[in-house]
Design a binder for this molecule. Structure first.
Ligand code: AMP
Length: 250
């Protein structure tokens, strides 16, 4: 596996791969990889000839009071994991390479970004859409792989691709979960042992709603009250948002 830090070089490599009629899949990540990321890389390997994993902790998708500085990073470990799992290239630019001094463009997607994560993290999806569009232009993929864990993000990316006519197939991979059902996330490392145990309630809350739906319940407000009641079993939890929604429009 080759590590590429330079945009121009990555574009030249991608261009020559395309010229040789091989298919490219890109897996965008912010690193500190876990089994969830690995499942994306393996999926990419199944469908494409060449896999480009990108590793970039994108400052523009973090709010001013968010965790950009303390976001977990471990390049050597990520290098070994991507290599071992079959990635052909690791695109690893620094911030100056991605956002030179005169950088002034951003992509603002309306409607689908105006709920849930978009409300609690203003500017987050603008940062995501912009960096993903850049990564598409840099890696020139036929396929791009994203995780269902960040569900609203998958809808934002699909809107981006459709609206701006990127000729790229978006592939969504199911959420990989921990022993108690909690979705794997690089940020889980912030939790103490006790907090981590308590976080299992998130999956229990989803399961509760799932069983209500299986029993025939379709009223969103009733389903949401089950969701919130389960989450409130852990009194320390502060809920930003937790809601059932129509899958393709939220
Ligand atoms: P991140 O490094 O958190 O930006 O995530 C990079 C990609 O991995 C995104 O498409 C995420 O949705 C995906 N991802 C993160 N965690 C998981 C997980 N537990 N299962 C599946 N995909 C995941």
């Amino acid at each position: 596996m080759e590590v590429i830090n330079n945009i121009k070089l990555m574009q030249e490599i991608s261009e020559s791969i395309r010229y040789s009629k091989k298919k490219i899949a890109v897996v965008p990540t912010m690193g500190y990889l876990h089994t969830g990321h690995i499942s994306l890389i393996r999926r990419a390997k199944e469908i494409a000839d060449i896999v480009i994993t990108t590793l970039f902790v994108n400052p523009t998708q973090f709010g001013p009071n968010e965790d950009y500085d303390k976001y977990p990073r471990d390049f050597n470990r990520d290098f070994e994991l991507t290599k071992y799992n079959g990635s052909d290239y690791l695109f690893y630019p620094d911030t100056k390479e991605m956002y030179p001094i005169n950088f002034s463009t951003s992509i603002d997607i309306s409607k689908i970004t105006e709920k849930f994560e978009g409300v609690f993290r203003p500017g987050h999806f603008k940062g995501v859409a912009t960096v993903v569009a850049k990564l598409f232009n840099i890696t020139k993929p036929h396929y791009a792989i994203f995780g269902q864990k960040d569900y609203q993000q998958t809808l934002v990316i699909k809107r981006l691709v459709e609206d701006l006519n990127f000729d790229i197939e978006i592939i969504i991979v199911p959420t990989i979960r921990d022993y108690d059902g909690l979705a794997l996330s690089s940020r889980n490392t912030y939790l103490s042992k006790l907090e981590r145990e308590k976080a299992g309630i998130l999956f229990k809350a989803i399961e509760t709603v799932k069983s209500e739906i299986a029993k025939g319940q379709r009223e969103r407000l009733i389903l949401n009250s089950h969701l919130h009641k389960t989450l409130r079993q852990i009194p320390e939890i502060k809920i930003d948002y937790a809601s059932c929604a129509i899958a393709n429009t939220l």
